[in-house]
Structure formats: structure tokens, C-alpha cells
Design a protein around this ligand. Structure first.
Ligand code: HSE
Length: 442
């Protein structure tokens, strides 16, 4: 049986999981793949820590060169996080003819063009199943299982940490900070959890899925991103009354000449399958012209779910090395239409909106708001005004209450103009809250 040597760089939550699976399931993997996959070395900057899967001394590399300069190492598994160091590592490894497996969505989304172009030149494979949606094999599904389809829409819940936080906050009334700490303890969050909370992590993942679905690199700097940091329970409750559930949704749509790639808190109809995806679970909906709508569901973060995907890439590359055909060029499937996409600005979005105005409870307010809506051709689908008093206006002593308007599909540019006009005219007393709604018109 041919032996393929693997090295891991970065020995954190996922690295420990990958080493555990490669070690404890060595025989099973050999039976399934007919390759002897050998974990030869692991490198981390600091070996003086506690590990969930401690390694024997002979597997602990003291320097990166022990891996990069070892001609017997066939596959380098990059599990370091960040951008600069892994970019250097990958380029060095590619230039030395080593295949790559990476879970680094930030790197692939932001520097994908550079890495895949170099890999293509050198005939190197890059596996990145673990970069998107943890244990869900969505990359392979798009590349292989759904290859017959033209995909014009792909969307889903792509960040386990924020879905875990939203679920615990909304269903158990738990405190944001406390739940975030739990997500960190469980190994779900990024080393810098602001990337989870502010939507960047989900944006990296939807950019990668967009590339695979639409066939082009995405200019990541133009992806529209909003996180969950400003979510208020009042909006969640009012949305629920209107029949919606709040999720941090990543959405990609191909309009042929333009793509829409965006991440933001989104109201989904409560009966929508994604509304039922809770905790650390992720789910991806893919709309293919042959298959229709398909949903992929599973754990989106954590040591072993992510290791499951990393190992799938290791086995896949090891098999092709063993068979001597290991030079498939991944760029052809990441950028198969040979395009580069600049995602559209949010002012070009056309969707439905939940708008919460904070207004004095006096005669004529609703009429004033609807006049502005009419001016900007925004059609109202539903209105709720609550008697719940949020505060008392200082000057007039009027009760201040929430006024919620759900719109039909409207232009975001017009919605923003309407909000500005309503705020400038001081019809409202606080900043308006806007949450996009992903719902077909009934
Ligand atoms: N921090 C990420 C998440 C890990 O919570 O989804 C998986 O990419």
C-alpha cells in the first residue's frame, strides 16, 4: 500500500481533532482509501500548552523547516488562521511541490486568486472542504454532486458561533457575553471572535461558495457585511409577531452581469427550514436549475466536525497521489467561468425590509411616515404599533413607542432615502432599525 506523508501546521482545536482522527482511524482510512496516510510531523509555535490530543516527541517539529524542507512530506495541512503567515506558508509549500489542505476561509476568500493561480502553475492541489460550514461537505457537493446545475442562488447560516449565540439568547434568554464565552470554550469561535460577531467569517465563507457556484473570484472588499452586534431583543420579538425568525444569513445571488454577495441579520419566515437551524448547526440552501432547492445541514464548527472535512481532503489528495493522477487543477472549479466579480453595493439591493421607527404616540405620525414611503415608491405590507412605552419624550412628555413597518420588495436606495427624510423631519426620536427580510412575496 502506498504511503502518503502528512504534516500539520497549527495545533489548535481543529489541529488536535485532525491528528486524533488520522491516528485513531488510521486503519479505517487505509481500508477505505487503500492508502497508508501517515501523520509525520506537526508544527506549532508553542509546545508548552495542554493539548486535547497530545503528540509523541518524534512528531513534534521544532521549526517550520522540518516540514517545508522534508521532501517526504506530500501534504501540508494549514490550520493556523490569520492571513500573512498562512499565505507565506502556503506559497513556500506550493513552491516545494507539496499539496495543501486548509480550513482558512479568510485566506482563501481574500487571497484566493493569488494562491490558486500559483497552485495552478505548479500543478498543486488545494483542498478546502473545512473552510466552509465545518463538517458539511458543501464544497464537494457543489463541485461534484451538483456539477450538472447552474446555480443562481445559494444562501444559509454559515457561522456556528453567532447561530449558537442567537439561539441561546433568544430561546433561553441568556446574556450575549456569557454565551460567547461558552462558544469560545467549546472551540467554535475564531481566535478573534469579532470576526464571528461582525459577520466577516460568514462573509469569507459565502465568498468561497459564490466562487464555486458562479465560477469567478469575488472582490471580497466589496462584500456587504453586517454582524449581530446591534441586534435588540425588541426587534426579535416584534419580528416573531409578524411571523419571522432572525438569523445571521449569508446570501449570494447571480444576476448574470452582477452578483449580490451579502451577510447581515435577516428575518426569515418562521416556517422556513433555515429558521429551525439552531445552536452550532449550519445549513446551506442551494438552488440548482436541475435539482431545485437542496438543503445541506450539519455542525458548522468544533474540533471533530471540522476535522471530518479536513481529513476528507487529505484522503482525497492522498488517493490521487497514490494513483499517480494527483495533478487535478483546482482553479478550474473555483474560477471555472474565468471571471472576477465585484459584488453589488447595498444601495442596489432589492428585497423586503423590516423597519422599526421610534415615534411619539400622537395623531398623524403614521400618515406622515406613509407619505414619505409613497414618495419613494415603497409599498407597505404590514404595520404594527405597540402600546409598549419605550420612553417619554423630554420636551413634549409624549409617550414614545415602536412603530414597525414591513415592506414589500423595494429598492434599498429608496428605503434609505425614506429613512433619512423621516429622521430629518424629526418624525422619529431615535435611529431607525433596518433588518432585511428574505421572503418571497405572497
Ligand atoms: N468560528 C467559525 C464558526 C468556525 O463559528 O462558524 C468554523 O469556521
Amino acid at each position: 500500500m502506498k504511503r502518503v506523508n502528512v504534516a500539520i501546521v497549527g495545533y489548535g482545536v481543529v489541529g488536535n481533532g485532525v491528528a486524533k482522527v488520522l491516528t485513531e482511524k488510521k486503519d479505517l482510512l487505509a481500508k477505505k482509501s487503500q492508502v497508508d496516510i501517515n501523520l509525520k510531523k506537526v508544527y506549532t509555535r508553542n509546545w508548552n500548552k495542554e493539548f486535547t490530543f497530545p503528540l509523541p516527541e518524534e512528531k513534534r517539529a521544532k521549526s517550520l523547516d522540518e516540514i517545508l524542507k522534508d521532501p517526504d512530506i506530500d501534504i501540508v495541512v494549514e490550520l493556523t488562521g490569520g492571513i500573512d503567515f498562512p499565505l507565506y506558508l502556503m506559497k513556500e509549500a506550493i513552491n516545494r511541490g507539496k499539496h495543501i489542505v486548509s480550513a482558512n476561509k479568510a485566506l482563501l476568500a481574500e487571497k484566493g486568486k493569488e494562491i490558486f493561480t500559483l497552485a495552478e502553475e505548479k500543478g498543486i492541489r488545494i483542498g478546502f472542504e473545512a473552510a466552509v460550514a465545518g463538517g458539511i461537505p458543501i464544497i464537494r457537493a457543489l463541485r461534484e454532486g451538483l456539477v450538472a446545475n447552474t446555480i443562481n442562488r445559494i444562501y444559509g447560516i454559515l457561522n456556528g458561533t453567532t447561530n449558537f449565540i442567537l439561539t441561546k439568547m433568544l430561546k433561553e434568554g441568556r446574556d450575549f457575553k456569557e454565551v460567547l464565552q461558552e462558544a469560545q470554550r467549546l472551540g467554535y469561535a475564531e481566535a478573534d471572535p469579532t470576526l464571528d460577531i461582525n459577520g466577516t467569517d460568514a462573509a469569507h465563507k459565502i465568498a468561497i461558495l459564490s466562487s464555486l457556484s458562479f465560477g469567478g473570484f469575488i472582490d471580497f472588499s466589496r462584500v456587504y457585511i453586517e454582524g449581530i452586534q446591534d441586534i435588540s431583543t425588541l426587534d426579535v420579538e416584534l419580528g416573531r409577531e409578524l411571523g419571522y425568525t432572525l438569523k445571521l444569513l449569508a446570501i449570494a445571488k447571480n444576476h448574470n452581469d452582477k452578483v449580490e454577495v451579502r451577510v447581515h441579520p435577516t428575518f426569515l419566515p418562521s416556517e422556513h427550514p433555515l429558521s429551525k437551524v439552531d445552536g452550532v448547526f449550519n445549513a446551506v440552501m442551494v438552488e440548482g436549475d436541475c435539482v431545485g432547492e437542496s438543503m445541506f445541514y450539519g455542525k458548522g464548527a468544533g474540533s471533530l466536525p471540522t476535522a471530518s472535512s479536513v481529513v476528507s481532503d487529505i484522503v482525497d489528495i492522498a488517493k490521487s497521489i497514490a494513483l499517480g493522477v494527483g495533478r487535478e487543477i483546482e482553479i478550474t472549479s473555483m474560477n471555472w467561468a474565468h471571471r472576477e466579480f465585484v459584488p453589488m453595493a447595498n444601495t442596489d439591493f432589492q428585497t423586503r425590509y423590516y423597519l422599526r421607527f421610534t415615534v411619539p404616540d400622537i395623531t398623524g405620525i403614521l400618515a406622515k411616515v406613509s407619505q414619505v414611503f409613497a414618495k419613494y415608491q415603497i409599498s407597505i405590507a404590514a404595520v404594527i404599533q405597540k402600546e409598549k412605552v419605550l420612553s417619554i419624550a423630554k420636551e413634549t412628555q409624549d409617550k414614545v413607542v415602536p412603530l414597525v413597518i414591513l415592506t414589500h420588495t423595494a429598492s434599498e436606495l429608496n428605503v434609505q432615502k425614506a429613512i433619512k427624510e423621516i429622521e430629518d423631519k424629526r418624525i422619529t426620536v431615535e435611529k431607525t432599525r433596518l433588518i432585511r427580510v428574505e421572503d418571497e412575496e405572497k
